[in-house]
Design a protein around this ligand. Sequence first.
Ligand SMILES: Cc1cc2nc3c(=O)[nH]c(=O)nc-3n(C[C@H](O)[C@H](O)[C@H](O)COP(=O)(O)O)c2cc1C
Length: 201
Amino acid sequence: MDNPKIIAIYGSPRREGNTATLLKKAVEGARDGGAEVEEIVLRDLKMSPCLEIYGCKNAGECRLKDDFQTARDQILAAQGMMLASPVFFYTVSAHTKILMDRFQSLWVKKYWIDKTHKDQSSSRRQGLFIAVGATKGKKLFDGILLSLKYFFDVIDMSLWKSLLYRGLDFEGDVLKFPEYLDEAYEAGREFVGAIKTELIE
Ligand SMILES: Cc1cc2nc3c(=O)[nH]c(=O)nc-3n(C[C@H](O)[C@H](O)[C@H](O)COP(=O)(O)O)c2cc1C
């Protein structure tokens, strides 16, 4: 079997922030586990927010032409996705949200154009999600996980695992918790095994 392809998406505006550090560990783990990993740093892309013009109603193709199309193709070609975002106002970062919203074009294709039934959606592709917030409340990740659930549904992906860390705020805070970094590395490694199993079955 070919090495599984995984796309890793950095959703924080900080290049060396807490989520980026954790995701880099997961990428390392996934590569050591035998995956081919491509990385997308959202802050480096030129991507407009969805303008809600519904140009996608004709063929399911977003009319705004920018870096979205390449990112979309990379995401849809991968057998697994590792996505990391900080919690911003109880949801994902703006960079991550812009990407999610642009996938509305695929939602339109699936449900309006192809008239896919909700329960016809296949989700053999798998996702690992990493999120970090500064506070420690019980509901810190409720909003983000709900957004993620519906985003994953659109891209035919099921959530394999989420690594959620509270109480990390400043750049470098995560380095004080080597156990979080080890957990991210292990998750990246195990993720490859989970993808391989899914592909065989
Ligand atoms: C615009 C903005 C909004 C934020 N909103 C929240 C929030 O709702 N809850 C929270 O616990 N932390 C919030 N934070 C703190 C970040 O989640 C925290 O600093 C995190 O460690 C950043 O991750 P990063 O280093 O990967 O960017 C916010 C930070 C910013 C800049």
